[in-house]
Every structure is written in structure tokens, then in C-alpha cells.
Design a protein around this ligand. Sequence first.
Ligand code: NDP
Length: 247
Amino acid sequence: MIKDKVVVITGASSGIGEATARLLAQQGAKVVLGARREGRLQTIVSAIEAQGGTATYAVTDVTKAADNEALINTAIKKYGHIDVIFLNAGFMPTAPVSALKTDEWNTAVDINIKGVLNGVAAVMPHFLKQKSGQVIAVSSVAGLKAYPGSAIYGGTKWFVRDFMEVLRMESALEGTNIRTSTIYPAAVKTELLGGISDPRSALAMQKLYDQHAIPAERVANVVAFAISAPADTTINEFTVGPTNQAW
Ligand code: NDP
């Protein structure tokens, strides 16, 4: 059941996060949007409300623990509790290691790894108190296999896989009743390629995405499926990509 669930979404200002916010709101969820671009968040919340949905937002930089706590507190203050956190914010600085884009390496670690940790740290006390909760995180096919150009991005997404698998196991062992799902998208049409500053990598990825990328709504559907699973069931891992690719 999705109706009336309170769902916090990071990286909700575009792409997969935006599509998920819109879809879940259509299905009756109360969605709480977090990202840095306030104008985008306002526009999406207004559009959801215009269609009869329930939504709010908090400007959030996931690399800052205090912002994650403020996002969670916005949800609690407005809707009383949180059922799901969708840890989706991400940055993909595809480039060969030899390009030594060390600032981007650090940014990727901060957003893709520390952002996930900050989100979990902020929501966990509420989930433990209410003895239920669901954590859904976005890894990538680059978190399952190695791809040239993806040493750093892929590494952050491998982290997400390991972290989510251990969280799943510990939740079962500790009886915390926290469900986990991890999503491994392949090429999805979003703004993600805008983060690639290496010209050759950007061109190659654009070519690939022009040919094969699927709409963000496909991933949103998977998030909705994971949330609507019965409360005693954890649906653990999904790979989502175009039918005609071997990724
Ligand atoms: P987008 O670039 O469209 O969305 C990324 C989102 O993350 C934006 O809303 C952006 O918002 C947010 N974000 C980035 N940095 C921060 C930050 N520091 N704090 C808060 N929010 C932040 O790309 P996608 O929708 O594709 O990306 C969503 C997730 O999907 C990412 O984790 C990505 O790695 C993953 N993924 C995507 C694939 C694809 O092909 N598109 C494939 C595999 C995985 P803002 O800038 O407003 O803060």
C-alpha cells in the first residue's frame, strides 16, 4: 500500500527523484522532497498539489548531516512520522583515473557515500522508535560491475550495495523491522550526464544514452513496487535498464 505513506526523497529536484515524487504522490503518498535547487523543488511541489497530491520540501545538501536532520524533521513535523526514505541523490563524474579529477572524486564520495550515511543516520532513530521503516537506495549497474571511466563513481555505488546488504541483514538479526531495497539502474534519461566534466567521457556517455536510455518513470515504478510490497516482505535488489542491452 502506498496511499498515505510518508516518503522522504533525496535528489528530488530532477530525474529519478522527481519522477518518483510525482508517481508516489499520484498514488496517494505524502512526499517530502530534498535537494539543493529550491526553485525546482517549489515547482514540483506546486505541480503535485495542483493535481490533488500532498507534498512538501526542505532545501537539503545531503553532504551536510544537519540538512538531512532538518529534512527528516520537516517530514515528522508536517506528517507525524516517516514510512520510507528514498536515498537517491547522486553525482556521476565519469572520467579515467589518469585525468586526476581529485576534487570530483571527493565530491562523489561526499554525495554518493556520505549522503547515504547522513540520510540513514537522520532517519534511523525514528524507525527504531516506531519499530518499522523502509530504506530504498539507488546504486547503479556500476555498483555491480566494473566499467572503465567509473572507478570512483562505481566505487561509491559498490559501497551502497555493501552498506544496504549489511543493513538488511542487521535489521533482520536485530528485529528492527526495517525493510531495505537497492536499485541498480543502467542508462536512464536524466540530468546525470551534466556532472561529467571530462569531454571524451561526456561524449561517449551521451552517445550511449542517446541510443539506450530509458525514462526516469521506469525506475519510479520500481520504487513504487518495493514500497507496495506487503509489510512482511523485503524485496531486496532490482536491476533496471533497457531490454536490448547486456549491462
Ligand atoms: P539527476 O542529475 O537528474 O538527479 C540527481 C539529483 O541529486 C538531483 O535532484 C540533484 O539535486 C541531487 N543532488 C546532487 N547532489 C546533491 C547534494 N549534495 N545534496 C542533495 N541533492 C543532491 O540524475 P538521476 O536522476 O539519474 O540520479 C538519481 C540517482 O540515480 C543517482 O544516485 C544516480 O547515481 C543514480 N543512477 C542514475 C543512472 C542514470 O543513468 N541516470 C544510472 C544509475 C544510477 P540538486 O542539484 O538540486 O541538489
